[in-house]
Ligand binder design. Structure first.
Ligand SMILES: CC(C)(COP(=O)(O)OP(=O)(O)OC[C@H]1O[C@@H](n2cnc3c(N)ncnc32)[C@H](O)[C@@H]1OP(=O)(O)O)[C@@H](O)C(=O)NCCC(=O)NCCS
Length: 183
């Protein structure tokens, strides 16, 4: 699957994306501070990353759509995203990351909107959910910007790489709320 947005493109990960993921996602502690270290800690080499990307590329078979984010004009690799569909409950879970040099330039917003549109337009979803660690200001700002509402706090719910247990916030947006949005 490939979706073309305003300034970005999202498409399934390819094996040739491996080095980019390894350097900008696995090895960059600023990028992965609030991401899932249960599996990040298991990626010890480019080869491990390649295997993981192959798994992600095939995720669509289980309704776990993983994407690489690219700059539409230059074709540069910028980050990764996911849209996991729960068909029975008509829910989708989204998430994304960008390489550090692309932060704060509006690309996260473009990718987030593309994922939400993709979820509501292509799957019969009632709701799209997302989550963030309590300290992850950028992620929370992004979700609030797009009208996601707080659906609850998970106390000491997530282990950071440092070992610190952190609270998390579950966020969600309903189809009818998204329709009313101006984005
Ligand atoms: C979260 C992330 C994708 C945001 O991408 P981005 O391109 O920097 O976001 P944008 O530039 O589109 O900004 C979106 C909004 O968040 C705000 N924002 C961005 N970074 C912020 C920060 N550090 N603190 C407070 N607000 C912030 C922006 O001001 C903007 O709001 P506005 O348009 O009303 O001004 C990016 O920071 C990232 O990859 N972080 C590391 C991975 C991660 O934690 N992902 C989320 C997992 S839950």
């Amino acid at each position: 699957m490939k979706i073309v947005g305003e300034r970005i493109i999202i498409r399934y990960p390819k094996v040739e994306d491996t080095k980019f993921y390894y350097q900008n996602y696995i090895k960059d502690k600023d990028v992965n501070t609030y991401l899932e270290h249960a599996w990040i800690s298991k990626i010890k080499s480019i080869k491990d990353m390649q295997k993981e990307l192959r798994r992600r590329r095939n995720g669509y078979k289980k309704k776990e759509y993983n994407f690489t984010i690219l700059n539409k004009e230059t074709n540069e690799l910028m980050g990764g995203a996911l849209l996991h569909i729960n068909e029975y409950h008509q829910r989708g879970e989204i998430g994304l990351w960008l390489a550090k040099k692309y932060w704060g330039k509006g690309y996260g917003s473009k990718a987030f909107k593309l994922l939400i549109d993709c979820g509501f337009n292509n799957f019969n979803l009632v709701k799209i959910t997302s989550g963030a660690c309590f300290d992850n200001k950028a992620s929370l700002a992004l979700q609030k910007k797009f009208g996601f509402k707080n659906e609850g706090i998970g106390r000491k719910h997530f282990r950071l790489a440092s070992g610190r247990m952190i609270d998390t916030i579950r966020m969600g947006i309903l189809r009818e709320e998204w329709k009313k949005c101006q984005f």
